[in-house]
Design a protein around this ligand. Sequence first.
Ligand code: NAD
Length: 512
Amino acid sequence: MTHASPMPASAAAETAHILSRLGVDPAILSGGTLVARSPITGEETARLVEISADDAKVAIDKAHQAYLTWRKVPAPRRGELIRLLGEELRAAKAELGRLVTLEAGKVTSEGLGEVQEMIDICDYAVGLSRQLFGLTIATERAEHRMMETWHPLGVVGVISAFNFPVAVWSWNAALAIVCGDAVVWKPSEKTPLTAIAVQALFERAAARFGAEAPAGLSTLLIGGREIGEVLVDHPRVPLVSATGSTAMGRKVGPKLAARFARAVLELGGNNAAIIAPTADLDLTLRGVAFSAMGTAGQRCTTLRRLFVHESVYDAFLPRLKAAYASVTVGDPRRDGVLVGPLIDQAAYAAMETALADAKAAGGVVSGGDRVSVDPADQAYYVRPALVEMGEQADVVLRETFAPILYVMKYKTFEEAVILQNDAPQGLSSSIFTNDMREAERFVSDEGSDCGIANVNLGPSGAEIGGAFGGEKETGGGREAGSDAWKAYMRRATNTLNYGRTLPLAQGVKFDV
Ligand code: NAD
């Protein structure tokens, strides 16, 4: 282990203080079986009571009742509730952002950034609440009018991953609630406290909104994957939006399909960047370093595979290595730290396994060693790893949720695109080039096959306005902006006859 500077105050004490300021009853933080920890120090922050499967079913039924009432509230009025939620989030931004840092280990700016995304989607959804419109369609029948209408769907189930502990819920909930749905949320068992804080803020907004917001409109289920399964199996949940690993998606997707429920699946990513001969290497270095090392490699859009043209490889790689060697790993609450902790011991073990597999496949590893941050022996800090690979071996084609960047050489643009598209997960991608033809080809139908394709910026991060995600392996589920709202509603076609006859098919006759 190498050593970094010591820690500030106890993460557990700070967590309890913030939760109480956000209106969470301190009594709920003890006496249960779900142990919450801060990855910053590894210390325990709470022991929460987990909901039983039976109680979860009752809560879902109650959410269904809430939906039956809520769907009658006019959509722009529903938007008012989300506007109030946005106000609560603005007022609590510093504290909730800090809680994200304490519970998920994100650096301060990213913790705050996640809350800002919640605020942004609230603003977006308020506008959307006045734009839930369908088309009027020219009909082939005389004296008829045909139109498309959009109706609320019912209870929307949200299952979220540890690495976006609050934003994912808001991308779903802000839209679902203006669409007239109720929301039931099963957060990651690794980040339950941020979810409890968000629920407290929602309840503040609902209290200000008044009695029109029914009890059960937003419900939180604290528990592990078996509670997620209850949500997936419940017949009163017509849509489940699940964010997490592809392993989780493989279990959830078929179950939803079996009962003809909708799925929005936002799963893993094994994202690549191509560095072309004409790339601006200064800009590229910043883009690559940030997207590969930020959030300690624990973003679905983290850069994990880098294809460098052979003509710039020798100029670029030493600079990238120097950037890797100089980055500060440590307590994410400190200024100047880019790389905080891994979420837990299992994440560290997965990283070690991947690096061993890479070495066995001929990879040359720099970095990747554990960093000790006193007195956090139960925490897992690592120096980001760069692995030079001769070819895209199996280990490169799987997502390891840790800061590992595999670097490979390529000769032609066509070869680089084939390599980049070879990963089944295919969430996000980018090319660094000043060649206009290459840039256009990369975003064309014969270029990147990912849900996100960028030019001259890294693959990590996305804006809510453009809709988030779109992993090719799942068929491209999307939350947040663009036309994602349609997933949270059902479409009907209505035809109205204002004539005095009913045209029948040619030759059809019957007596009336
Ligand atoms: P995970 O798959 O272990 O867990 C995610 C959630 O799914 C948790 O709430 C968990 O309890 C639940 N779950 C697990 N198995 C389930 C089952 N069979 N039925 C119902 N629920 C189940 O993922 P994680 O480790 O928390 O998060 C990291 C993963 O999430 C990475 O693969 C990352 O790429 C992905 N991710 C994707 C996006 C995206 O938008 N595409 C965003 C964030 C994270």
